[in-house]
Design a protein. Structure first.
Lengths: 455, 168
C-alpha cells in the first residue's frame, strides 16, 4: 500500500492516512517505529480510538514523559535523581550561592531563553559566582531580551548511559541493562554499545531499579528507554524517557538474547512477560555503528545518489539492519541513516576487532558514507579503552576527519590508480610489454601484423 | 608507461613495467583484475590482494579510490598530460578563488553575504538545508564577493553556482 508521496509531511506524518491504510489492509495494530509519529500522544490516542492497537505505551504515558520539564517533575516525585538545579530564575547572587553550596561546585549558569551557548557560564570556584551571574544575565538580556538565568550542577565529562525497560499490561516492569551512547555528534549518536565499560553489575542494578521506578510512575507499558547522565564518580541523573523502541535496540537484543520488537508485539497483544529480573545478565559485548550517507571529509554534508554496488559483511556475530539495496536511490526526504551494522563477540576488544573486520568488508558504492570515519573512530586509543564522554566526539572531530592516511595506503592507492588508468585506456600491460620487446615497433603495428596473419 | 600520481597531497611516480610496477623507483610485482558485474577490482601488490574501487570522477585520470576504509581523490596521468595539466593550472590560479557551488541538492535557508563584501577562509556564506539538517557552506579561501546567485527559500541542485568571488 502506498501511503503517499515521499515528503513525510504528505505521508508518514499523516496519522489519519496511516490509520486508514491499516484498516483497509485488515491490520490489527500499528507499530510506529522510531521516527515520525512514534512519540506523538495524539497518534497513539487516534489509533486506539480507531479500534486498533498502538504498539507502544498508552497515550497518557507518552504525555507524562512528553516534555523534559514534565518528565523531570515526574522523576522527582518518584524519587529518581535528576541533575540538581533550579527551575525558577535566580533573584540574586546570594540566592545563587546558597543553591550552589547545596550541591557543590562546579555549577552551570544557564539562560532560561538560552541556546547556542549564549548566557551560559561554568563556574568552578565560589568567588567567581557573583561576577559570572552578572555577565550571564547581561548576555542573556542582550541575546534574548530576557535576563532570567537558572543554576544547575555542572557535570565534567559525563557519559550518556541509558536503560532499556520492558513492561507488560499486568504490572511487570523489568530492565534489560544499559547501553553506552556517549559517542555523539550534534546530539546524534554514531556508535552505541552494550554493556557500558563504565557500569559495574552493582551500578547496573541501581540504575535499572531507578529506570523501573520512573517507568512505573508514568504508568508505562511496552518497550521504553530511560536516558541518564553518568558522572565520573558513579552518580547518575535522569534526563528523559524515550517512549518507543530505539535505533540502538539491537545491542541490547544481542547481549540479552531476545527479540525486543517481537516482545513489543506480544505485550501489545496482552501477553505476560515470562522473565525474572535476574535472568537479564549481559552476555558478551555488542557494538552498533550507524552507517549514514554523510561525508565526514566534507563537514558531514549529506550525500545523495544511487547505490551502484552494495556488498554486505557476513560471518558469525555480524548483523546488518539495512534500508538499502543495489540500485537504491538515496534522496533528501529522510534521515541520512542507511543502515545499522551490529556485531556481537565475547569481549569488548573482540567486538571492536569484529566491527573493524565487518566495516572493511562492507562496500557501499555510489554515495559517500560514514564507514571510513567509523574505522578511524574505532582505531582511536580512547575509544579502544572506553575512556569517552558525551563531549569526546565533538572534541576529537577535527583530529579524526583530517588525519592523513598511512603511507602504505597512499602507495597502494597510487598503484591502484595507475593500474586502473592503464586498464581504462584499453592498453593492457601485456600488449605494452610485447610492444617493448619488439624494439622500435609500436603497439598498433604489432597488432596490425597479428591481425594480418589471421586466416 | 610511466604515471605521475597525485594522492593525499603527494606526487608519486608509478611506472608500469610488464608484471612489475616501480613506485618512486622501488620495484614491486603488481596486477589488477576486474570482477564482472561489480565495480570492485582486485589489486595484487606482492603477495597481498586488496579489494579496491577506483571510480572515475571528473577529468581524465581522476579517480576516487576506495580502499582500507579510505576514499581518496587520486589523479593518475602520464608524464606529458601531467605537464600540460600543470601549465593550465598555473595560468588558472591567477584568475582568482573558486566560486561556491552547492555540494548537494537542498533548500537555501539563508544567504549570509552580499556583493562587495570581503570574506575570510572558512567564513559561512550560504546555509542550505538537506536531510532535515542545516549545513553552512563556507568560503574555501579569502576573497571579495562579486555575485550572489543563491536566493533564500529556493531549491538548488547539486553543482548550482551560489556565490562568485574574486581575489582581494
Amino acid at each position: 500500500m502506498c501511503i503517499g508521496p515521499p515528503p513525510s509531511s504528505q505521508s508518514y506524518l499523516l496519522g489519519d492516512r496511516l490509520i486508514e491504510v491499516a484498516q483497509r489492509t485488515g491490520a490489527q495494530a500499528i507499530h510506529p517505529g522510531y521516527g515520525f509519529l512514534s512519540e506523538r500522544a495524539w497518534f497513539a490516542r487516534a489509533v486506539r480510538e480507531a479500534g486498533l492497537v498502538f504498539v507502544g505505551p498508552p497515550a497518557e504515558a507518552i504525555e507524562a514523559m512528553g516534555s523534559k520539564t514534565d518528565a523531570r517533575q515526574l522523576a522527582i516525585r518518584a524519587g529518581v535523581p535528576v541533575v540538581p538545579g533550579t527551575t525558577e530564575a535566580l533573584r540574586d547572587a546570594d540566592e545563587a550561592m546558597a543553591i550552589a553550596e547545596s550541591f557543590g561546585f562546579p555549577v552551570l549558569l544557564k539562560a532560561a531563553a538560552g541556546g547556542g551557548g549564549k548566557g551560559m557560564r561554568v563556574v568552578r570556584e565560589r568567588h567567581e559566582l557573583a561576577a559570572a551571574l552578572g555577565s550571564a544575565q547581561r548576555e542573556a538580556k542582550n541575546a534574548f531580551g530576557d535576563d532570567a538565568v537558572y543554576i544547575e550542577k555542572y557535570l565534567d565529562g559525563p557519559r550518556h548511559v541509558e536503560i532499556q525497560v520492558l513492561a507488560d499490561m499486568h504490572g511487570t516492569v523489568l530492565h534489560l541493562g544499559e547501553r553506552e551512547c556517549s559517542l555523539q555528534r550534534r546530539h546524534q549518536k554514531m556508535v552505541e554499545e552494550a554493556p557500558s565499560p563504565a557500569v559495574s553489575p552493582a551500578l547496573r542494578a541501581r540504575m535499572g531499579e531507578t529506570a523501573v521506578a520512573a517507568a512505573r510512575a508514568a504508568g508505562y507499558v511496552n518497550a521504553g528507554t530511560c536516558e541518564f547522565l553518568l558522572d565520573r564518580d558513579g552518580s547518575f541523573y535522569f534526563l528523559e524517557m524515550n517512549t518507543r523502541i530505539q535505533v540502538e535496540h539491537p545491542v541490547t537484543e544481542l547481549v540479552m538474547g531476545l527479540d525486543l520488537v517481537q516482545w513489543q508485539l506480544r505485550i501489545a497483544a496482552g501477553e505476560r512477560l515470562p522473565f525474572e529480573q535476574k535472568s537479564f545478565e549481559p552476555r558478551g559485548w555488542a557494538i552498533e555503528c550507524r552507517i549514514t550517507s554523510e561525508d565526514p571529509g566534507n563537514g558531514f554534508l549529506p550525500s545523495t545518489g544511487r547505490i551502484t554496488h552494495l556488498h554486505l559483511p557476513s560471518g558469525p556475530g555480524v548483523r546488518w539492519d539495512g534500508g538499502i539495496e543495489d540500485g537504491s536511490e538515496v534522496g533528501l526526504h529522510y534521515d541520512p541513516m542507511l543502515a545499522k551494522l551490529i556485531v556481537h563477540a565475547p569481549t569488548r576488544a573482540l567486538a571492536i576487532a569484529r566491527m573493524e573486520r565487518a566495516l572493511r568488508e562492507l562496500v557501499i558504492d555510489g554515495v559517500e558514507t560514514s564507514r571510513g570515519f567509523h574505522l578511524r573512530l574505532l582505531a582511536h586509543p580512547d575509544v579502544r579503552s572506553g575512556d569517552i564522554s558525551i563531549q569526546w566526539l565533538e572534541a576529537h572531530l577535527a583530529e579524526l576527519t583530517s588525519a592523513p592516511p598511512h603511507e602504505e595506503t597512499v602507495r597502494l592507492a597510487a598503484i591502484a590508480a595507475a593500474l586502473a588508468a592503464q586498464h581504462d585506456r584499453g592498453l593492457t600491460s601485456d600488449t605494452a610489454h610485447a610492444a617493448r620487446r619488439d624494439g622500435t615497433l609500436e603497439g598498433w603495428r604489432a597488432v596490425a601484423r597479428r591481425e594480418g596473419l589471421r586466416t | 608507461m610511466k604515471y605521475i600520481v597525485e594522492v593525499a597531497g603527494q606526487r608519486l611516480t608509478v611506472e608500469l613495467d610488464g608484471p612489475d610496477v616501480l613506485v618512486d623507483g622501488t620495484r614491486l610485482r603488481a596486477a589488477l583484475e576486474t570482477i564482472d558485474g561489480t565495480p570492485v577490482r582486485l589489486v595484487r601488490v606482492g603477495d597481498a590482494v586488496h579489494r579496491v574501487i577506483a571510480r572515475r570522477s571528473g577529468a581524465r585520470g581522476d579517480y576516487t579510490v576506495s580502499l582500507d576504509g579510505w576514499q581518496l581523490p587520486v589523479t593518475a596521468l602520464d608524464e606529458r598530460t601531467r605537464a600540460i595539466r600543470d601549465a593550465a593550472a598555473a595560468s588558472a590560479s591567477a584568475s582568482g578563488p573558486a566560486p561556491l557551488v552547492a555540494p548537494m541538492p537542498g533548500l537555501v535557508v539563508r544567504v549570509q553575504v552580499a556583493v562587495g563584501e570581503e570574506v575570510t577562509a572558512g567564513q559561512g556564506l550560504v546555509v542550505v538545508e538537506a536531510m532535515k539538517m542545516e549545513n553552512e557552506l563556507r568560503a574555501a579561501g579569502p576573497g571579495r564577493v562579486t555575485a550572489v546567485h543563491a536566493v533564500a527559500g529556493t531549491a538548488v541542485d547539486k553543482g548550482t553556482l551560489l556565490v562568485e568571488l574574486e581575489a582581494l
